[in-house]
Design a protein around this ligand. Structure first.
Ligand code: HEC
Length: 91
């Protein structure tokens, strides 16, 4: 019984370690590749790339993609993408 418990605890730790490694990896992905990866799923990447918008406009666009069109990104990823677009695709 005691031995079984130790084994289970070990499995939980392994699992948590895996999750942590995964999110650390995601954070280190550059803004550009995050944008290119997430924003080319439904339309080509040229669709946002061909636009020039202010920060507020990019924010509205990315939030619409996320909340209305169903782009699967977290709030944190949305923020990274908005910053990237505002810096590189401004008016
Ligand atoms: C789940 C599918 C989906 C994903 C993922 C997606 N889009 Fe879109 N996008 C759409 C649809 C549908 C339209 C056309 C309707 C509209 O404009 O809301 C569109 C239109 C656009 C347009 C043209 C309209 C405008 O407001 O200028 C831009 C720019 C754009 N998307 C940017 C992005 C960016 C940036 C991302 C990544 C954060 C993204 N899209 C991810 C579905 C998606």
């Amino acid at each position: 019984m005691k031995r079984g418990l130790i084994c289970m605890t070990g499995a939980v730790f392994l699992c948590l370690a895996g999750v942590n490694a995964h999110s650390a990896e995601e954070k280190s992905v550059g803004a550009k590749s995050l944008f290119e990866q997430k924003c080319s799923r439904c339309h080509t990447i040229e669709r946002p790339k061909s636009k020039q918008k202010t920060r507020a406009e990019w924010e509205a666009t990315v939030m619409r993609m996320k909340n209305v069109n169903g782009c699967p990104i977290s709030d944190q990823e949305a923020e990274i993408i908005i910053n990237y677009l505002a810096e590189n695709y401004g008016p």
